[in-house]
Design a protein around this ligand. Structure first.
Ligand SMILES: *Cc1c(COP(=O)(O)O)cnc(C)c1O
Length: 462
């Protein structure tokens, strides 16, 4: 498969180079040149297959034969061996026709493990073959950081520098990152918010000299492999509930638009998805954009669902590219407008196109807490606040109760114990492999929101 940049000015790349490159050199994001698609018969044949088998079927058109089929099967097998549930992403029912897709059984208890565990093995495989080493720099609003560190800790092929906004991630999230004591892991607390961290990372990528000097790479959801691995669980969950013979709807707690974009791709690949709901917290830039076409950056407000406290949603650019029929120049001019003025407008026609696929809703803090309480009372299930945002939106936006509604369960409740305890009175326990997290030693450095200081720090530690 050939990959092209959303801004149309960077060279086309193959799969291996796309995963090593992250952000395209023209500032864009890579996408496959075409969408592979499955017939109903092919989708029906997935029924009864294991997660790993479906993962291979869904992802191989993007990866093989560049990586051989048998090597890729092996990488998939290794990636999911660290999950605590044999089904990898089991469904649990909470009401009539209403389900949670539990994506939090990986090593760091959030859905990001599903893609990042695979990416870690892909890096190892590709870099090992080439005898090369990369420097990974990432920004995290909480969950990406620990999942990314977990995927490359102790590996010879990579150093990782992870930026988090100082004081703005939960204690569990910070400890999961800063207690990993490996020489190739470097945690940095930036004096700023998540968008500042993300802007620093983007600036490093746009500095081509620095980028080449350290062989820079990315693990955040600008990396195509992240989106690709997330397409899989739309297929596994839909066929488990009877697709392709019936349609399935999804509600997706959304921040950087990676997870829900993977759902959009699943639909393009032939999966009969009815509704795809973009559920945001009060940092509602995406729900505003999808309702009126105006993408306008505001202040980030801290909430009890911190992994969605985002104003600039990187992956939205991928959707823009599709809405504008792959016209990189149009995407370029929207992104330039964003850079210059902090906003852009999507034309009426293109917005109507987006609305054919996406519903959206912003869920405030009180409604999020009410949902945690309701679901605990009615189903005895503890929800993490991100998943609760998804369930609230699902219940409000659900068009047809005869169509199964699946909300993506993006984190384990024990990752956000304060919020859960506050509402239900119950402190969700960490699973046994992490029970001593709070006794482990932390190690991280603090830096100002300053590009030059960051570059100096990285170069000194390599
Ligand atoms: C990252 C994250 C999200 C947001 O996912 P995006 O792909 O960035 O939209 C939602 N919930 C949790 C728990 C997360 O870690």
């Amino acid at each position: 498969m050939k990959y092209i940049s959303t801004r149309g000015k960077a060279p086309d790349l193959n799969f291996e180079n796309v995963i090593l490159t992250g952000l395209a050199r023209d500032g864009g994001l890579y996408l496959p040149q075409s969408w592979p698609s499955f017939s109903n018969t092919q989708i029906k044949a997935m029924q009864g297959k294991s997660y790993q088998e479906i993962a291979f079927t869904v992802m191989s058109p993007y990866v093989c034969p560049e990586i051989s089929e048998s090597d890729f099967k092996d990488l998939i097998k290794k990636a999911y061996s660290s999950f605590r549930d044999d089904e990898i992403a089991p469904l649990s029912q909470i009401d009539n026709n209403e389900w949670i897709l539990e994506l939090f059984h990986g090593p760091t208890l959030a859905f990001k493990d599903i893609a990042l565990q695979l990416l870690g093995y892909l890096f190892d495989y590709v870099l090992g073959k080439r005898n090369e080493k990369i420097t990974i720099v990432g920004a995290t609003s909480g969950d990406t950081g620990s999942a990314a560190i977990e995927c490359v800790k102790g590996r010879k092929c990579a150093d990782i520098f992870m930026l988090h906004p100082k004081g703005r991630v939960s204690d569990v999230q910070r400890k999961q990152m800063t207690t990993v004591q490996e020489v190739n892991v470097h945690n940095i607390a930036i004096e700023g918010d998540f968008d500042d961290c993300q802007a620093l990372v983007k600036a490093l990528f746009n500095d081509h000299e620095f980028r080449d000097q350290v062989n820079l790479s990315a693990v955040n959801s600008i990396n195509w492999a992240r989106v690709m691995a997330q397409i899989v669980y739309y297929f596994t969950s839909a066929v488990a509930l009877g697709a392709p013979d019936r349609k399935i709807s999804y509600s997706v707690p959304t921040g950087n638009f990676g997870d829900v974009y993977a759902g959009y791709v699943a639909k393009k690949m032939g999966l009969p998805i009815d509704q795809l709901i973009v559920a945001t917290n009060i940092n509602d830039i995406l729900s505003r954009t999808l309702s009126c076409g105006e993408y306008k950056v505001g202040e980030t407000i801290p909430t009890i669902s911190p992994s969605m406290d985002i104003q600039v949603s990187s992956n939205f650019e991928r959707l823009l590219f599709n809405l504008y029929d792959g016209d990189g120049l149009q995407v370029n001019s929207l992104m330039e407008s964003l850079q210059r003025t902090g906003q852009f407008n999507i034309s009426k026609g293109r917005l109507a196109l987006a609305k054919e696929t996406f519903d959206s809703m912003c869920v405030n803090e009180k409604a999020t807490k009410d949902t945690i309480s309701e679901v605990f009372k009615s189903a005895g299930v503890l929800l993490d606040p991100h998943t609760a945002v998804g369930i609230n939106a699902a219940r409000k936006k659900w068009n047809d109760p005869a169509t199964p509604m699946i909300t993506l369960g993006t984190a384990h409740p024990a990752k956000f114990p304060e919020a859960v305890k506050d509402v239900t009175g119950i402190h969700p326990d960490l699973p046994p492999h992490m029970a001593d997290l709070f006794e482990r030693d932390e190690e991280f450095d603090e830096l100002p929101n300053d590009l030059i200081a960051l570059k100096k720090y990285i170069v000194e530690r390599l």
